[in-house]
Design a protein around this ligand. Structure first.
Ligand code: UD1
Length: 430
C-alpha cells in the first residue's frame, strides 16, 4: 500500500489548479442513467471514486469513453467523459460494487425512474457514523415506489405507469437523498415539491445539468425545489463545477504553513463560510481572476471556533482540515461536528504529531501548540487523512502517512500540486 512522506517546515508559494468537484461529478455521472442519449461531462477529476463509479455504471449498461486533455500551461488534466446508456442492461447494483462507495447507492433513483425497478445493495463508504438510508426510502415511497429491504438489498418498484410526483419534506437535510429524489422526480408524472432540500452547490450543479437534459427544475440552491416531470430526457454537455472542498483544503494548508498561493479555476463564493473562518484565523484572502489568493505572512494563527452545518454553513468535509490548522493556533479553539457522528478519527492521529485535543461529545477542544513534530500516522477516512497532510506540512521533521488510498478517493494529484508550491511531499510505492 502506498504511503506519503512529508518533510514539514516549508512555506507554500505558487499556484494550485483546482480540479472538478468529486461530489458533483458522482451524481452527474449517475444522471447519465436517465437518458438513452449521450451525457458529456467536462472537468471530471481523476479519482478512485470516479473510476469505481464508472465500473458500477458500466455494469448497468453505460458505455463510457474518456478523453484526457492537457489544459493550458497549468497542466490541469481536465477529463471529458462521454456516458451513453442506450438501454439499462441490469437494474441490480451488487454488494461488491456498492459497498466500496456510498454514493453508488444513488443509482437507485434513476434506475427506478427509467426502468420502474431497482435492486440496490445497502451502501458502504467512509466509516463515519451509521449513515442510514431511511430518507431515501421515505422520499421515494412518497413518489409511489414500493421499497422493500431483503438480504442486504433494497428492492424498489415503481407503480404501474411509473413514479408519481408528490410533495415531500425531508425531516433532515441530506445531500444524497436530495440528489436522488430530484433525479427520480424528473421522469415522474406530475409535479414534485421537495421541502428542506439540501442547498449545496453540487445540488445546483446537478439541477443545471438535468435542466440541460430537458428536465424542468426550479429552486435548486434554496430549501424548496420544484420538479415538473417530463416523459424523457435527452443528452447534454456539462462542465463539472470546481471542488470547493479541495479549494478549502489547500487554503487551509497555506494558512497552516504560511506563504502565498493562488488557487486557480475555482470560485471563492463556493466556500464563503470557510473563507470567513480562515480570515478570522489570520489568513489574507482576496479574489483574483479565475480564483483567489490566500496568504499568511508574519502573523500567527488565531484560534477560531467553528460548527459544521449543511450548506451554506461550515462544511463537515473541511472540519478535519480546520482542526489540523487550529492545532497550531495561538490559544484554544473549539470544533463542533453536527452532521456526522464519529467524524473525529483524525484526533488521535493528530495527537501523534503533538496536537493537544480533547473530545467532549461532538465538540473538540483544541489547545494550540507552538510546534508539531513529524511521526508515522494513519489515514482513516478521506477528509481526515488530508488533515494529517496539512499538519505534516507544518510539523518539524518527517511525517509518514499510511493508507493513502483514502486520499486517492478525493484528491487529484495531491503530491504534485503541493510539491509545485515548495512542499516536500512524495509518494512511496510499496
Ligand atoms: C455528501 C457528501 C459528503 C458530505 C456530506 C455532508 C457526496 C458524494 N458526499 O454525503 O462528502 O460529507 O454530503 O455534507 O456528495 N442521513 C440519514 N438518513 C439518510 C441519509 C442521510 O439520517 O437516509 C444522515 C447522515 O447520516 C448524516 C446526514 O444525514 O448524518 C447528512 O448526510 P448526507 O447529506 O446524506 O451525506 P451524503 O449525501 O452521504
Amino acid at each position: 500500500m502506498d504511503r506519503i512522506r512529508i518533510v514539514g517546515g516549508n512555506r507554500l508559494n505558487g499556484t494550485i489548479p483546482i480540479s472538478g468537484a468529486k461530489n458533483a461529478a458522482l451524481p452527474l455521472m449517475i444522471a447519465s442513467l436517465l437518458t438513452s442519449d449521450t451525457l458529456t461531462l467536462e472537468n471530471v477529476p481523476h479519482l478512485a471514486d470516479v473510476e469505481q463509479l464508472m465500473r458500477i455504471l458500466g455494469n448497468h449498461g453505460v458505455d463510457i469513453s474518456v478523453n484526457g486533455r492537457r489544459e493550458r500551461q497549468s497542466e490541469v488534466y481536465s477529463r471529458t467523459i462521454h456516458f451513453t446508456c442506450r438501454t439499462i442492461v441490469d437494474t441490480t447494483a451488487p454488494y461488491d460494487l456498492v459497498s466500496k462507495m456510498r454514493a453508488s447507492f444513488w443509482v437507485i433513483g434513476p434506475l427506478l425512474a427509467r426502468e420502474g425497478k431497482a435492486r440496490v445493495s445497502l451502501p458502504g463508504g467512509c466509516a463515519i457514523g451509521t449513515r442510514p438510508v431511511d430518507l431515501f426510502i421515505e422520499s421515494l415511497q412518497a413518489l409511489g415506489a414500493d421499497m422493500e429491504i431483503d438480504g442486504g438489498y433494497i428492492n424498489a418498484t415503481a407503480p404501474k405507469g411509473g413514479l408519481v410526483g408528490a410533495s415531500y419534506t425531508f425531516p433532515k437535510v441530506s445531500v444524497g437523498a436530495t440528489h436522488v429524489l430530484m433525479m427520480a422526480a424528473t421522469l415522474a408524472r406530475g409535479t414534485t415539491v421537495i421541502g428542506n432540500a439540501a442547498r449545496e452547490p453540487e445540488v445546483v450543479d446537478l439541477a443545471t445539468c438535468l435542466n440541460s437534459m430537458g428536465a424542468r427544475i426550479t429552486g435548486a440552491g434554496t430549501s424548496t425545489i420544484t420538479i415538473e416531470g417530463v416523459s424523457s430526457l435527452s443528452g447534454a454537455r456539462h462542465r463539472v463545477l470546481p471542488d470547493r472542498i479541495e479549494t478549502g483544503t489547500y487554503a487551509m494548508a497555506v494558512a497552516m504553513t504560511g506563504g502565498d498561493v493562488i488557487l486557480e479555476d475555482t470560485d471563492i463564493h463556493l466556500l464563503d463560510n470557510a473563507v470567513e473562518a480562515l480570515r478570522r484565523a489570520g489568513a489574507t484572502i482576496e479574489p483574483v481572476e479565475r480564483g483567489f489568493r490566500v496568504a499568511r505572512n508574519g502573523n500567527g494563527i488565531k484560534p477560531v471556533d467553528v460548527v459544521t452545518e449543511p450548506y451554506p454553513g461550515f462544511p463537515t468535509d473541511l472540519q478535519a482540515q480546520f482542526m489540523g490548522l487550529m492545532t497550531r493556533a495561538e490559544g484554544v479553539s473549539h470544533v463542533t461536528e453536527t452532521i456526522f457522528e464519529n467524524r473525529f478519527m483524525h484526533v488521535q492521529e493528530l495527537a501523534r504529531l503533538g496536537a493537544k485535543i480533547s473530545l467532549s461529545g461532538q465538540t473538540a477542544r483544541i489547545e494550540g501548540v507552538e510546534q508539531l513534530r513529524g511521526a508515522p500516522v494513519m489515514a482513516t477516512d478521506l477528509r481526515a487523512s488530508v488533515s494529517l497532510v496539512i499538519a505534516g506540512l507544518a510539523a518539524e521533521g518527517e511525517t509518514m502517512v499510511s493508507r493513502v488510498y483514502h486520499l486517492d478517493r478525493g484528491f487529484e494529484r495531491l503530491e504534485e500540486k503541493l510539491t509545485r508550491c515548495g512542499a516536500i511531499v512524495e509518494r512511496i510505492r510499496d
